[in-house]
Design a binder for this molecule. Structure first.
Ligand code: DAH
Length: 343
């Protein structure tokens, strides 16, 4: 094969390679170097010029010039195509509607808890926490539930050991606080509680409570009433009424339950599915701290008095947001939770 045939052959290969070359920066650069580089194919053949017989030098020059031109044009056109491709990729249409990232939302129980804590925080209550696994002493005994007393029956207790329980209420935090702090004490005790209940639309095996406790000299029942009055008006609305109904709890004497006027029927009870026709909704228990509870924690009941109250957060959240099944609060169903995004 003479040098002319070699060049023709090389041209042919060049065309084949060109037709298969991807529009890719590295591929184009490698291709350019292979043909047009200092040690490239074109240079190689130009260097052979001396070996071409004199009478064919002109012909060879022509052949090589046209080869070089062909390669140069092909590389230029490839670079242009690459440029256009990159421009297209960089193009961003700012007028297109965006894709929203999936946003979480505050769980209605957290929201309820925070709102209630904030109302009491504004009137001087601080927050105390306690363990979820409690001893019988803190959950019952120190709260004036005598051993084997039927009042313990109302608490549907989960036992861990004979005298270790999952706390059935957040009232044990009262005792723990009174043990480590002397009056005046003004605390709220939020937290998770557990009861061995048959699960249905209004009962679950775990739920949350907020306990309130105020102990000082000369604390009276009327102060308790004023505080809860303020809370109800702030949380449920100025138009909501409340009433205190005598009740019983081992750790308070006297004790009461607080009802608020039903906000669904406005309190008249007519065919109301929420208050079942009574016009009232029970929201919490309260009372004056029993002297036995104060003494158990070394606080002199002759010197100090106090009030306490306790409420279930699930119940309050269900009333506030019109949720009719407690299990929804524990189901992690996004379709349910999404509805609380705007809270
Ligand atoms: N611990 C009570 C319960 O879980 C709720 C309660 C009622 C707490 C009256 C109180 C109170 O502090 O005074 O049933």
């Amino acid at each position: 094969m003479d040098i002319f045939d070699e060049v023709k052959d090389s041209k042919q290969k060049f065309q084949e390679e060109l037709s298969e070359l991807p529009i890719d920066e590295k591929a184009i650069e490698d291709f350019r170097i292979k043909y047009l580089g200092k040690k490239g194919i074109i240079k190689h053949y130009f260097n052979q010029f001396g070996k071409v017989p004199n009478d064919r030098k002109k012909e060879f020059g022509k052949l090589m010039n046209s080869f070089k031109q062909e390669v140069t044009q092909a590389v230029e056109s490839l670079e242009q195509k690459l440029n256009e491709k990159q421009k297209k990729q960089e193009f961003f249409d700012y007028t297109l509607p965006g894709t929203r990232p999936v946003e979480g939302s505050i769980h209605p129980l957290s929201k309820t808890m925070d709102d209630i804590l904030n109302i009491f925080k504004d009137i001087g209550f601080s927050t105390e926490l306690g363990p979820e696994v409690e001893t019988d002493y803190y959950n019952f005994q120190a709260l004036n539930f005598p051993e084997n007393h039927p009042a313990r029956d109302t608490q549907d207790t989960f036992f861990v050991e004979d005298d270790v329980v999952l706390r059935t209420h957040t009232s044990p935090i009262q005792v723990r606080t009174m043990e480590k702090q002397k009056p005046p004490i003004r605390i709220l005790a939020p937290g998770r509680t557990f009861r061995n209940e048959a699960i249905d639309a209004s009962h679950y095996c775990t739920f949350h409570q907020i306990e309130g406790l105020y102990i000082d000299k000369d604390v009276t029942f009327s102060e308790l009433k004023t505080t809860l009055y303020l809370f109800v008006k702030k949380y449920f609305g100025e138009e909501i009424d409340l009433r205190f109904r005598p009740s019983f709890f081992p750790f308070t004497e006297p004790s009461a339950e607080v009802d608020i006027s039903c906000f669904k029927c406005g309190g008249n009870g007519e065919q109301c599915s929420l208050c079942k026709g009574s016009g009232w909704l029970e929201i919490l228990g309260c009372g004056m701290v029993d002297p036995n509870v104060l003494s158990a924690s070394d606080i002199d009941p002759e010197k100090y008095t106090g009030y306490a109250f306790g409420m279930g957060i699930e119940r309050i959240a269900m009333l506030k947001y019109g949720i009719d099944d407690i299990r929804l609060l524990y189901g992690s169903d996004k379709r349910f939770l999404k509805q609380f995004k705007q809270l």
